[in-house]
Design a protein around this ligand. Sequence first.
Ligand code: AMP
Ligand code: MG
Length: 336
Amino acid sequence: MADKRQRRLAEFIEPFRVRPGSKVTLSKDFDPSFKAEVKKKKKGVALLQQGVELLCEYQARLAAQDTYGVLVVLQALDAAGKDGTIRHVMSGVNPQGVAVHSFKVPSAEELNHDFLWRYAQRLPARGEIGIFNRSHYEEVLVVRVHPENLDRQKLPKASKKGDIWKRRYREINDWERYLTDNGFRIVKLFLNLSKEEQRIRFLRRLDLPDHNWKLSAADVRERDRWDDYQKAFSEMLSHTSTEWAPWYVIPADRKWFGRIGAGAVLAHTLMEIDPQFPTVTNEQHRALLEVKQALEAQAPKGAKPDPFQAELVAEAAEEESRKPPARRREPAGAPA
Ligand code: AMP
Ligand code: MG
């Protein structure tokens, strides 16, 4: 069952995956309005609900196992739906196991360190899912499109020599490899929005007073640099999609589809990790039984020694009685 679900998910996300080593031209290779075989939003919403339940189950196991951590990296242009994706995809997950970090213009303290420093500080622990809303990839995106950001990073002259972007790609790949080798899986999602859909979403933010705060003059100025960003995204995808941490380009012109796509990639990664609840050894089990007996002996007069077990037995009996007669388990020793 789990295998079948995993295979279906793998097939579903395959068109989004950037093959390591391939050269990407975003506008040519990925369609922002793609919606696979999911023709109707209603079906999409049901699929997302299933995905949310799956994530909840796997996140609980990830936390209990406490061995692997997962880092979700979300990159996109303004209004592509990063916030909504986080809100919907993680809606069923225990908040104790998830931490979201948004990265803005770096502070003076952050600029006083190497470029990966502030991201390294916010990595998830084992058992956790960490989400980067914008990420270390801004260091080869906004910093590249607006080189004055690089000037503020106080790099020595020698560090600015040569192709600094190629070097940063390599440094990011190495860092991600180090994290993966040490038990931290990285899920990289690029929400791919078309220019026309961004125009419509900006207008919506202008037309709805409660949404005005989401749009700034800076966002509109960034839109003027659309082509530069598409080029920076394309190069980033070409150079940093690796075997250990591939990029997924998620079609984002339909918000509901973007959420399904993002949820599917995350669910697939968790299924690959396949975290398990810890089991106890025979010896630990025997010790637990002794504790159980001691607790039962402490039951006050008239109370059931273990009311919870009584409930479990009643539930199991009820379940059995709901099955059609042919599939009922006959009590041991009953005549055939
Ligand atoms: P928002 O995500 O809309 O709240 O905006 C955050 C802003 O911070 C965006 O305009 C980003 O371009 C900017 N930003 C994020 N990371 C960096 C960075 N490393 N260097 C410069 N600007 C950044
Ligand atoms: Mg913004």
